[in-house]
Design a protein around this ligand. Sequence first.
Ligand SMILES: Nc1ncnc2c1ncn2[C@@H]1O[C@H](COP(=O)(O)OP(=O)(O)O)[C@@H](O)[C@H]1O
Ligand SMILES: [Mg+2]
Length: 267
Amino acid sequence: MSLLCVDKLSVVLPGERVVWGRARGCEIVKAVSFEIAKGQTVSLVGESGSGKTTTGRALMKLAPVVAGQIFFDGVDLVPLLPWQFFPWRKRMQMIFQDPWHSLNPRLTIERILAEPFEIHFPGQDVSTRRACVAALLERVGLPKAFASRHPHELSGGQRQRIGIARALAVEPELLICDEPVSALDVVAQAQIITLLGRLQAELGFGCLFISHDLAVVEQISERVLVMQSGEIVEQGSVEELYSNPQHPYTRALMDAVPDIQRTPLQV
Ligand SMILES: Nc1ncnc2c1ncn2[C@@H]1O[C@H](COP(=O)(O)OP(=O)(O)O)[C@@H](O)[C@H]1O
Ligand SMILES: [Mg+2]
């Protein structure tokens, strides 16, 4: 059985479309269907504004679903009320493009990483929690001493490591990564991609990797979903899709990837 099975999911956000003088919502995600198996990485690609973030947010019940179903481990999440959804939030986590905006600048890294434990394991004593935070820092390749720092004292790549550590604190079964490396330089990008791959091999979580960068997607995913204007126009394995794209939109996305010819240095 698949970990996540999304069936004809539609999301309508309040928009500026005016029909007969009245503002109506815009359908941002249109009857989207896909599956993610346990431990599998599936990428969602498409140009900016195609509805990728809204799809990810809808899975976390952060965007209004008007139709369709989201089966997580066989249970439909769509009809659940917020308090019913609470235990599921521990099983699926999301990391965001810009770690700067998703970390509270006033809190130390220790407090930021302790938060998920406070929410999901309220009875835990202080020394155990401190040990869990230290273990998390080690897991994402940061020194323990970073616990006393604030987010502004870290680089972009280090901040994204904290975002990843916070999401993995409760050992989720599904990680939704919304453009996690798009705000980083190429070196930090490569390090974060390697880290995510290593953590996935260790912890076995499934991953929905949202990106507009087809070069990164090719490296890390097994399947790819191509989204255009809120619809999935093509999906398939990385090998199929990259070697033989069928839809003109997929071909246009592929053509937009710069093909750098590396010539050896002459010394
Ligand atoms: N809160 C919102 N209210 C209304 N429209 C929104 C909101 N958030 C995003 N949109 C619109 O939804 C569309 C898809 O946005 P988004 O899901 O962020 O796309 P992507 O992540 O692929 O760039 C865009 O046209 C955007 O303007
Ligand atoms: Mg987005």
